[in-house]
Design a protein around this ligand. Structure first.
Ligand code: SF4
Ligand code: SF4
Length: 441
């Protein structure tokens, strides 16, 4: 059977060492990371039973995530194609591809880099922020090392301030995001910011963004979002034809893989899942509790909560997250033929993403209520990273809304370490008992 640990430890280290040196990686530290990642993936993902056969592609992507994909990006860089790295779904990837560049999500989901970050940053900061800053400091994220430009955004205070420090280490461009996007002044401001980012991309790449090119990249990314939405809709069936861990993994990979190839592979997987639905094939027991996870994004390799929940026999059917529904729910509607009209279409789409940095953010609460109905959810696990004030505080309103709808909700606040995993497991088990009691009543 496929073994990522073997692939990452032996083949990758030997095959890609020159590549990693060429992008100035810390080879020794990176080897430690690769071994840990391989073992973690091997212990969580590979023992899953009854996985769809088309998950083989995504297993392969993980096995090559620090190798083949990095080679692909750097081969294209050698031909002049730039790489733009990002952390947030507000970075308009349609513009990046229209400028003839690649866009990738940067590492920020692992505890591995947190100690390096804590040597510089305050400890009581969101783990995602510490993780990404640490990855740049310790030179173990090959996506960071391959990026010609990092695009940040003024979403939360922690990120906004750390981008200042990050810019000392790598060229960093920050897009200012209005926090009240439903107002006319908010939209006009955002439009100006998107326009300025377009100019920056043209400078960095040396390519002019044309209406034709922008339309093509809107279609490219819309197709990716449609494929992810198709997968999401299939998970709404009972029994769900794919596990929550696999659903999450595909959402995570969507930020790293080539968008055209990724879309094709997700659609192939969906064909298989449609057949599973017709045949009534699922990955968990028919009466398994159906859980939606709502909250902070889970970047690779943050599989902690999903693996705990899945081990209890429950199924996670959806992630209300930027690594989930918030990424793919809305499309850019390419109205008009001029670059400016298309920039407005981008603003319209992006201002609908209900991040907790917005105020007020009732659209998000409505979307969680709608997802609970669509996915026939038995309960919501509200997931916040420690020191994420936006999602933590917004949890109060979400809790009230779930109580009003009689939907059980459990709030979990955690970081990337595994120290609290037994405690989380106990709380999840108690929550599932509440759900079971409610079903019997
Ligand atoms: S939660 Fe907000 S800040 Fe984080 S990725 Fe999503 S939109 Fe960006
Ligand atoms: S999880 Fe919260 S604190 Fe962390 S980067 Fe995202 S919005 Fe900011």
């Amino acid at each position: 059977m496929f073994s990522i640990a073997t692939a990452s430890e032996k083949a990758m280290s030997e095959k890609y060492i020159e590549l990693w040196k060429s992008i100035d990686m810390d080879i020794e530290k990176h080897n430690i990371l690769l071994n840990a990642l391989g073992q973690f993936y091997g212990s969580i993902y590979l023992p899953q039973k009854n996985r769809p056969q088309k998950m083989d592609y995504f297993n392969w992507v993980v096995s090559e995530v620090h190798g083949g994909r990095i080679k692909e990006l750097n081969d294209q860089r050698a031909l002049g194609k730039k790489v733009v790295g990002a952390f947030c779904v507000y970075a308009p990837e349609e513009l990046v591809f229209a400028a003839g560049a690649n866009m990738v999500g940067l590492c920020g989901g692992a505890d591995f880099s947190v100690p390096d970050a804590e040597a510089v940053l305050p400890r009581n900061l969101c783990p995602l922020i510490k993780s990404f800053y640490g990855f740049r400091l310790n030179r173990t994220c090959p996506y960071f090392q391959s990026s010609d430009l990092v695009v940040g955004e003024t979403t939360c205070d922690g990120k906004k301030k750390v981008y200042e420090l990050l810019s000392e280490l790598i060229p960093t461009y920050v897009i200012e995001i209005p926090h009240r996007p439903d107002t006319q002044q908010g939209k006009e401001f955002w439009h100006k910011e998107v326009e300025a980012f377009k100019i920056k991309l043209e400078e960095v790449t040396g390519n002019k963004i044309t209406a034709e090119g922008l339309k093509a990249s809107i279609e490219l990314i819309n197709n990716k979002r449609k494929a992810l939405k198709r997968l999401s809709d299939l998970r709404a069936h009972s029994p769900s034809p794919i596990s929550g861990l696999d659903g999450l993994l595909i959402n995570q990979i969507s930020f790293m893989d080539d968008p055209k190839r990724f879309t094709e592979k997700v659609n192939n997987l969906c064909d298989e899942l449609e057949q599973r639905v017709k045949d009534g094939v699922g990955v968990a027991a028919k009466n398994a509790p159906r859980i939606i996870v709502a909250g902070c994004p889970m970047a690779v390799p943050n599989w902690k909560l999903h693996s705990i929940v899945q081990a209890t026999g429950a199924t996670i059917v959806s992630e209300e997250s930027c690594v989930g529904t918030r990424y793919f729910t809305d499309l850019v509607e390419p109205k008009g033929d001029s670059v400016d009209e298309l920039l407005w279409a981008i603003v319209e789409k992006y201002s609908k993403i209900p991040c907790a940095c917005f105020t007020p953010n009732d659209r998000r609460i409505q979307s969680i209520e709608a997802l609970a109905g669509q996915f026939k959810a038995d309960g919501i696990i509200y997931y916040t990273l420690q020191n994420c004030h936006d999602y933590n505080v917004e949890g109060v309103k979400v809790d009230r809304a779930m109580k009003a709808k009689d939907i059980p909700m459990l709030k979990i606040e955690t970081d990337y370490s595994m120290g609290d995993a037994p405690q989380i497991q106990t709380r999840v088990e108690a929550f599932l008992e509440i759900i079971a009691g409610k079903k019997q009543a």
